[in-house]
Design a protein around this ligand. Structure first.
Ligand SMILES: [Mn+2]
Length: 285
């Protein structure tokens, strides 16, 4: 896509495994001729206490507030923000920043996980398991204090590639009525077909789409460099076909995330190569 500005969202505060904060810096080295903004957490001690259900919450909020402003400014300049994470908690800032500008938007969440826990249902207290619940307004108590209105309607919220939805978030998803296409759906119906269906549902009667692409969608045998791998994921052909397909709807896409590449977990630069391949498609096609 032309007209993209990049935001490097260097945070791994939403997950106990360290390293996702390094992903953007690695991918930045492959980017030429694009404006790159950078947001980092600064020097903070990560909260790791097991029973804490709000791990790093105030620092995550501080980070997302900056990201939210940055996304809004890029959109106000008539451009498309591509936010490179970082763990998936950064999408609270990016997606809400986008919808604050466009008011009526849909969202497609390409992910092996649901990311739809609330502060009450989370088993781990790791905030990267909550962002989709936050940006749809299902969990709006404490994780978006910088944002007052306009959440993504459930009817325009679609998860694609799910295969590891936990038993506590499933009732939340059912209550909200979010559309879910599983990894199995991609394997049986095809990546192109499922992506088109997702765009139709998320894009109905809205001004535009926010796309959030979590690298852990891909099978960890192929892309091991993620913080929370989920077995039996999609292959590379499908992973790339998804990107090619949503890129044929460029007039609808207003904001994109590419998240959860973790260089510390990577093996022989395999995931780096894949993440960069996706990044280059988004930037160039
Ligand atoms: Mn995720």
């Amino acid at each position: 896509m032309k007209n993209i500005d990049i935001i490097s969202a260097c945070s791994d505060l939403g997950v106990m495994v360290d390293g996702a904060s390094l992903g953007p810096k690695v991918l930045e080295t492959y980017i030429k001729d694009k404006k790159i903004y950078e947001i980092s957490t600064g020097k903070v001690e990560k909260e790791r206490e097991e029973n804490n259900k709000r791990k790093n919450l105030s620092e995550i909020n501080k980070f997302n507030k900056k990201l939210y402003q940055n996304v809004r400014e890029i959109i106000q300049q008539g451009k498309i923000p591509l936010t490179i994470g970082g763990d998936h908690s950064i999408a609270i800032g990016s997606a809400l920043g986008a919808i604050q500008e466009y008011k009526k938007m849909g969202i497609i969440w390409f992910d092996s996980h649901g990311d739809f826990n609330t502060l009450d249902t989370t088993a781990t207290g790791n905030i990267h398991g909550l962002p989709l619940a936050v940006v749809t307004g299902f969990e709006k108590r404490e994780l978006a204090p910088f944002h007052q209105e306009n959440f993504f309607p459930y009817a325009n919220t679609v998860i694609v590639g799910a295969r590891d939805i936990d038993e506590w978030e499933m009732p939340n998803l059912k209550e909200a009525g979010v559309t879910i296409f599983t990894t199995e759906d991609i394997k049986t119906q095809g990546a192109e077909e499922i992506t088109k269906k997702a765009i139709q549902i998320a894009g109905k009667n809205v001004e535009g789409l926010h796309i959030s692409y979590d690298i852990d969608l891909i099978d960890p045998e192929l892309a091991p460099g993620v913080s929370v791998p989920a077995e039996n994921g999609i292959n590379l052909e499908d992973a790339y076909k998804i990107v090619d397909t949503f890129l044929t709807y460029q007039e609808k896409i207003k904001s994109i995330d590419l998240v959860e590449f973790n260089p510390k977990m990577d093996i022989n630069g395999e995931t780096e190569k894949i993440a960069n391949h996706i990044l280059q498609k988004i930037i160039k096609e």
